[in-house]
Design a protein around this ligand. Structure first.
Ligand code: NAD
Ligand code: TYD
Length: 353
């Protein structure tokens, strides 16, 4: 069986759904259900005998030891994290606690478990750490995309905490021979993404006839990857990746924020036209995010050449699927918006919207 942390979040839950569409191998999901964790994402697998959910914290070493002992996983995939840059600007402490100390706790307990395995199982064990392209910092307009050897230059509390966790993972391999893999992926989008991130936020606000906030001049660039493609890349890296290696994962889709938002507005005009006029009327440029990275871009040649992975979706097929999913799952969005979400919107946007 495999052990997944943070499986009730956006990427983790997509991964679990994808996992059970492909295999009957058992999976244990440990998640402490922060604001970003949502068990509704996993309703369709809840009843499966080979799916196990435990509510708990990756910093709880007693719990981790008990879970390793009881379930004897062949691999651990670490999705658990605080993941939103804007929240890391308002309150970095929990990013240090979860992303750095939590990864440390996982490494220590997983290493202890791994050391106790018989030689054959020890040989097969993998610790896959899911990370981000944001650890590499910001690129100039004409600079080549990030390769795996690009220096780490994180600029936000979020990316600095992820960079620190990547370094710990690297060191546990280098020092102890612990069998790690690290994946650094670009911006994901797709079903079940919490509407604090640009794409679901845009869809949600457009449908509520509220202003759509764009930071600065809207020309910041991200590489965008459909979440299903990311999940497949993680499975490929888990099964085929070379121990100790890092793999950059990206969609070869560099797009300016303003073009992302405009594309979504155009799709909504087509799929859910609004009597008040085109959704673009809601676009509002607001004060920039402090330290806002200008451009991210991923060179995904290594994972393509070495492991044969490449994305199935283009941005235009993926974003259509995504907008259609949000239109068909408005109850999912409404459930989230009835909670502490409104406080977040107040806190982050009160001065500018
Ligand atoms: P998310 O915020 O949607 O989900 C994170 C999950 O982790 C939630 O279910 C939350 O409850 C859980 N969690 C948080 N703290 C925990 C703790 N202490 N113990 C147990 N569970 C805890 O994040 P996501 O977008 O799904 O990202 C998953 C991973 O992928 C993160 O490590 C993130 O850095 C990385 N990543 C995300 C993106 C992206 O675009 N979203 C891109 C590249 C890499
Ligand atoms: P986000 O989805 O927060 O991901 P990240 O910061 O991890 O890349 O943001 C994507 C881009 O969209 C980023 O350049 C910031 C910008 N953005 C806005 O312009 N307005 C917003 O309200 C948000 C949340 C993001």
């Amino acid at each position: 069986m495999i052990f997944v942390t943070g499986g009730a979040g956006f990427i983790g839950s997509n991964f679990i759904l994808e996992w059970f569409s492909k295999t009957t191998e058992a999976l244990l999901n440990l998640d402490n259900l922060t604001y970003a964790g949502n068990l509704a994402n996993l309703e369709s697998v809840n009843d499966k005998a080979h799916y196990h959910f435990v509510k708990g914290d990756i910093n709880d070493r007693t719990l981790l030891n008990a879970l390793f002992d009881a379930h004897k996983p062949r691999a651990l995939i670490n999705f658990a994290a605080e993941s939103h840059v804007d929240r890391s600007i308002h309150g970095p402490a929990i990013f240090i606690k979860t992303n750095i100390e939590g990864t440390f706790a996982l490494l220590e307990t997983a290493k202890e478990y791994w050391s106790s395995l018989a030689a054959d199982d020890r040989e097969k064990f993998r610790f896959l750490h899911v990370s981000t392209d944001e650890v590499y910092g910001s690129l100039d307009e004409d600079a080549p995309p990030f390769s795996e050897t690009h220096p780490y230059q994180p600029n936000s509390p979020y990316s600095a905490s992820k960079a620190a966790s990547d370094h710990l993972v690297r060191a546990w391999h280098h020092t102890y021979g612990f069998p790690v893999l690290t994946t650094n992926c670009s911006n994901n989008y797709g079903p079940y993404q919490f509407p604090e991130k640009l794409i679901p936020l845009t869809i949600a606000r457009a449908l509520q006839n509220k202003n759509i906030p764009i930071y600065g001049d809207g020309k910041n660039i991200r590489d965008w990857l459909y979440v299903g493609d990311h999940c497949n890349a993680i499975m490929v890296a888990l099964n085929e990746g070379k121990v100790g290696e890092t793999y950059n994962i990206g969609g070869w889709n560099e797009i300016k924020n303003i073009d992302i938002v405009t594309t979504i507005c155009d799709l909504l005009d087509e799929l859910r036209p609004d009597a008040l006029g085109p959704y673009k009327r809601l676009i509002t440029f607001i004060q920039d995010r402090p330290g806002h990275d200008r451009r991210y871009a991923i060179n995904a040649t290594k994972i393509h050449k070495d492991l044969g992975w490449h994305p199935q979706e283009t941005f235009y097929t993926g974003i259509r699927k995504t907008v259609e999913w949000y239109l068909s799952n408005q109850d999912w969005v409404k459930n989230i918006e009835s909670g502490s979400y409104q406080n977040w919107i107040q806190k982050n946007y009160s001065n500018c919207l």
